[in-house]
Ligand binder design. Structure first.
Ligand code: AMP
Length: 284
């Protein structure tokens, strides 16, 4: 497995693979990898001849009061995991490699980015779309792999690729959870033992929502009220949002149907966690 820190190194490798007629999968990450990331890498290794994983904490997707400085990192451990998974190239640039000091060009999206996480993180998806665009230009992947854990991000990337005609296929991968139900996240490392227990209320609430919809409850207000009530039983939890939206447009729906997204963001102490389910998916 090679490690590249510059755009030029990645481009050179990509050119060589193109000459050899090899297909390339890209897995964008911010590092501090866990089994959720590993599932994306495995999917890429299975589907593509070569797999590039980017490990880059993208500053422009963090708001001014968010956890950029505290975001966990362990690049050596990430590399050991990626090597074991069969990744071929890790792209680990410095911030200055991707953003010149006078950088002022962004990829922005209307509509889909205004609801859910976009409401509480107004510049987040502009940062995500911009960095993913750059990674696509640099690595020129045939396929790129994203987790359903960040369901709005996945919908936004799919739309961006369609709207801007990127020649890349987007593959969504299911949420990987701990035995307890807690969705794997690099941010789980912020949680104390007590908070980790409290955080189980998210997946318990996902399960409740899934059970209610499986039983035929389609009214969003009834569904969301029941989910909010469940979250409120946990004193350490503070709801940012719980919403039911169309799975493509991310616009709120009054009645949920198959393929719609029911998503939440909840603070456990100071840590903001997200979880979700698509209506019709298997109950967790
Ligand atoms: P991050 O490093 O948090 O930016 O995540 C990089 C990619 O891994 C994104 O596409 C995430 O959706 C995906 N991912 C993160 N956690 C999980 C998980 N628990 N299950 C599946 N995919 C995940």
């Amino acid at each position: 497995m090679k490690i590249a820190t510059t755009i030029a190194q990645v481009r050179k490798q990509r050119k060589q693979w193109s000459r050899e007629g090899l297909s390339v999968g890209l897995v964008p990450t911010m590092g501090y990898l866990h089994e959720g990331h590993a599932s994306l890498v495995k999917a890429s290794v299975a589907a593509c001849d070569r797999t590039v994983v980017s490990v880059f904490i993208n500053p422009i997707q963090f708001g001014p009061t968010e956890d950029l400085a505290a975001y966990p990192r362990d690049f050596d451990r990430d590399c050991a995991l990626l090597e074991a998974l069969g990744a071929d190239l890790v792209f680990h640039p410095e911030v200055s490699e991707l953003y010149a000091e006078d950088f002022c060009t962004y990829v922005d999206m209307e509509g889909l980015t205004r609801t859910l996480c976009g409401k509480s993180r107004p510049t987040h998806f502009r940062g995500v779309c911009t960095v993913v665009t750059k990674l696509f230009h640099i690595a020129d992947p045939d396929k790129a792999f994203f987790g359903q854990k960040d369901a709005q991000q996945l919908a936004v990337i799919r739309r961006m690729v369609r709207d801007l005609s990127f020649p890349v296929e987007i593959i969504g991968c299911p949420i990987v959870r701990e035995e307890s139900g807690l969705a794997k996240s690099s941010r789980n490392s912020y949680l104390s033992e007590k908070e980790r227990q409290a955080a189980l209320v998210l997946s318990q609430t996902v399960r409740l929502g899934q059970q209610l919809t499986a039983q035929g409850e389609h009214r969003s207000d009834v569904l969301l009220r029941a989910m909010e009530d469940q979250l409120c039983t946990q004193p350490l939890a503070r709801i940012d949002y719980v919403q039911a939206v169309d799975g493509v447009t991310m616009e709120p729906v009054e009645q949920v149907k198959g393929g719609d997204l029911v998503a939440m963001a909840v603070y456990i102490g100071k840590t903001r966690l997200i979880d979700n389910f698509m209506v019709g998916d298997e109950v967790i």
